[in-house]
Design a protein around this ligand. Structure first.
Ligand code: MLT
Ligand code: ZN
Length: 465
């Protein structure tokens, strides 16, 4: 509960209509895409400037009020869930282009700007913001930065981190920091920018970001290949990446394809049904297309690939992408438990065999849907909830198996969260990827930037009191 005094101070800071208290607003802003926790924030506040954000953080410090930063709320790990009476700061009003510089090929935007709008702005200047994923139409750039979003083009362009050349943040202590200021070279001690990227709102509120843009791509060609086994996907990946520059190498299972074709009405890529599918994207040029066709034939001759299709137009390439990009949205119907794991590519063949065996032994009665960004070592293992099983029982069972997956990942030096972040969902798994010393250091870093632990408390790890 907010005291009347704090409430009227908040209203004074942002304007009365930008402090939301209606149950539907609290419900809407209090969760991300996870469905496990009940939202229960005390209020939602929508500041329009970084100084207003600073004033709110200082007020929260004074009154020991916990804050949950909120972006587009497309997160999958509970990082933006406000379940314990926190104050939500949403930056939806800070959603404009602040500066564009064609010489630097850089754009500075408010953190509340929708990712797809940033992409569209770049495109309107014949440039590219290359981080892309299915939720780009509703996620906000600040949230992307806070989780270091990855997506479908990581093998070519890297993660969000690789495109951030400047940040303005308000720390948990209420300081405004201007980090790196758009510089390409800046060796002046610790680069705090990179601490804030991927910090999941635990160190500060990202209010403005300067993004590096790049030259746009030429048109792209998409190939979907039907593949026989898990191990064969890795063979095909190696065959292609050894010889071609790819934009993407994604995979999905027949179960994923069935859900998408049934749920969205998309046509299957070809008549043959195969256990797995790889989606390969590359820039369209006569030489690359011929090369890809030769590799396709080589992989077919090896027996790894059973069928395939190559896009003949941009429209067909886009339609093939839908088969991969619409999986996540389609699966929400089954309230899936999501694992988002990664290992080094070189370890992938052995890891896949081990994780496949573990999962099929431990989930004999659950439906499993595999997909992900296998080109960068990232697998999305989704377990679908049987209709008659209560969600809490389902999550408890999946949580227990996830600990075993965590142990396996630890043996392989892998990650329990490749791109979705830790949030609330994967807190208990963190020790499988990060050592006790590292976690202790994370706690001290948090204390430095957020001494009263008011920012997104309980996310990523629990602070020691
Ligand atoms: C994806 O790759 O489709 C996204 O990370 C979302 C998901 O894993 O469900
Ligand atoms: Zn993904």
């Amino acid at each position: 509960m907010l005291s009347d005094q704090v409430l009227s101070q908040l209203k004074e800071l942002v304007g009365p209509s930008y402090v939301l208290l209606e149950p539907e607003d609290l419900q809407r802003f209090g969760v991300d895409r996870t469905t496990l926790w009940q939202p229960n924030p005390c209020a939602v506040v929508l500041p329009a400037t970084i100084t207003a954000v600073q004033a709110i953080v200082l007020l929260a410090n004074e009154h020991n009020l916990a804050i949950v930063p909120s972006g587009g709320r497309t997160g999958l790990s509970g990082g933006a869930v406000a379940k314990d009476g926190e104050l939500i700061i949403a930056l939806d009003r800070m959603n404009t282009v602040i500066e564009f510089n064609a010489i630097d090929r850089a754009i500075t935007v408010g953190a509340g700007m929708i990712t797809a709008e940033v992409q569209a702005f770049a495109a309107s200047h014949d440039l590219l913001y290359p981080v892309d994923f299915a939720a780009a139409g509703s996620s906000q750039i600040g949230g992307n930065i806070a989780t270091n979003a990855g997506g479908i083009n990581v093998i070519r362009y890297g993660m969000t981190r690789d495109w951030i050349i400047g940040l303005r943040v308000v720390t948990g202590a209420g300081d405004i920091l201007a980090l790196n200021q758009g510089l390409l070279k800046n060796n002046t001690g610790y680069d705090f920018r990179h601490l804030f990227i991927g910090s999941e709102g635990t160190l500060g509120l990202i209010c403005e970001a300067t993004l590096q843009l790049t030259r746009p791509q030429t048109d792209t060609t998409v190939m979907v290949l039907g593949i026989k086994t898990f191990a064969d996907i890795v063979e095909v990946l190696q065959a292609f990446t050894a010889q071609m520059a790819l934009n993407a190498f994604e995979f999905f299972s027949q179960a994923a394809l069935d859900k998408v074709t049934e749920g969205q009405g998309h046509p299957a890529p070809f008549a043959t049904q195969t256990p797995f599918y790889a989606l390969v994207e590359f820039e369209t040029r006569p030489s690359t297309n011929d090369h890809a066709m030769a590799l396709f034939e080589q992989c077919t001759a090896q027996g790894w690939v059973l069928d395939g299709v190559v896009s003949q137009s941009l429209a067909q390439a886009r339609a093939l992408w839908r088969l991969r990009e619409d999986i996540s949205e389609t699966l929400w119907h089954w309230q899936p438990y999501k694992n988002d794991i990664s290992v080094r590519i070189s370890k992938m063949p052995d890891f896949l065999a081990d994780v496949d065996e573990l999962v099929s032994t431990r989930y004999p009665d659950f439906e499993i849907v595999w997909y992900g960004h296998i080109g960068d070592g990232n697998l999305h293992l989704n377990i679908l909830k049987p209709q008659d099983l209560p969600q809490t029982d389902f999550f408890a069972r999946c949580g227990a198996v996830s600990l075993e997956i965590g142990e396996l990942l630890a043996r392989y030096g892998g990650s329990i969260s490749a791109e979705h972040g830790v949030g609330l969902l994967k807190k208990s798994l963190l020790p499988y990827s990060r050592s006790p010393v590292e976690i202790a250091l994370m706690r001290s870093v948090k204390k430095t930037f957020d001494p009263k632990s008011i920012l997104n408390p309980g996310k990523v790890f629990d602070s020691l009191t």
